[in-house]
Design a binder for this molecule. Structure first.
Ligand code: HEC
Length: 213
């Protein structure tokens, strides 16, 4: 359900953006007749896209593991762009219309940058990250990373399931599949290959496996 809505949201955001880009280009090129034609033809699909885009957005926000500054900025940009777009296109005001499209693109960019769970805050000093060190403790490292990066969505016991995530205690994925999932992410889960070292990824993979009965 969550995943389906996430994909619907992403798709409708892109359609919404394309629609407004076409309209803006027509307005800036002074093609008012074509613009009027295009607007009339796309009126119903536009309403449908709008409702889906805002509706799925609100649902995703309610289900989100965390609401952060980026999400608030994104919301402000989206809601500010609506009156600007209405006035800008109705009055053929190029400045307002451009501003509205810039705000929608900015919101889209913020959404792409906004990845919950990618904190790179330093781990506690006593956590050893060097796998060759004599006092290396893989489980301690895995737990530290899990607490910092994963529990937001998965919960301290792996069962939370926020943002459409899955219960880790009943996971049946192989070690290789989990490692690949942590590296590359999936749906709402961000990729970690640029944030964590291989040692850290194996440690957190071993740690999440310990949740299984
Ligand atoms: C923003 C939320 C979020 C964060 C943060 C997150 N995950 Fe996930 N995780 C998900 C989602 C969503 C799925 C389900 C992906 C799918 O299959 O659609 C998932 C699935 C998984 C699964 C597979 C469960 C199964 O059996 O299908 C594992 C294992 C996992 N995450 C581990 C981690 C680890 C380890 C971290 C931290 C390094 C982490 N996750 C951080 C959201 C998150």
């Amino acid at each position: 359900m969550y995943t389906g809505l996430l994909h619907t949201h992403r798709l409708t955001v892109i359609l919404f953006l394309l629609l407004f880009l076409v309209k803006l280009i027509l307005l800036l090129m002074n093609r008012s007749e074509t613009l009027e034609n295009f607007s009339n033809k796309t009126k119903i699909p536009e309403r449908v896209i709008e409702v889906l885009f805002l509706g799925t957005g609100i649902y995703l926000l309610v289900m989100a593991a965390e609401i952060n500054m980026m999400m608030i900025l994104k919301l402000v940009a989206v809601f500010a762009s609506i009156p600007l777009a209405i006035i800008g296109f109705k009055k053929s005001n190029k400045l307002l219309a451009t501003l509205s499209v810039v705000l929608i693109i900015a919101a889209y960019g913020l959404a792409e940058m906004n990845k919950v769970g990618v904190s790179d805050e330093p781990l506690a000093a006593e956590i050893v990250t060097d796998a060759n060190a004599a006092n290396f403790d893989q489980m301690a490292l895995g737990k530290a990373i899990f607490d910092r990066n994963c529990q937001l969505c998965h919960g301290a016991d792996g069962k939370l399931g926020a943002s459409g995530s899955k219960d880790l205690t009943v996971s049946e994925l192989s070690d290789a599949e989990v490692t690949s999932l942590i590296n590359n992410g999936k749906n709402a889960m961000p990729p970690y290959k640029d944030l964590l070292s291989e040692t850290e990824i194996s440690a957190v993979q071993a740690y999440v496996k310990s949740f299984r009965k």
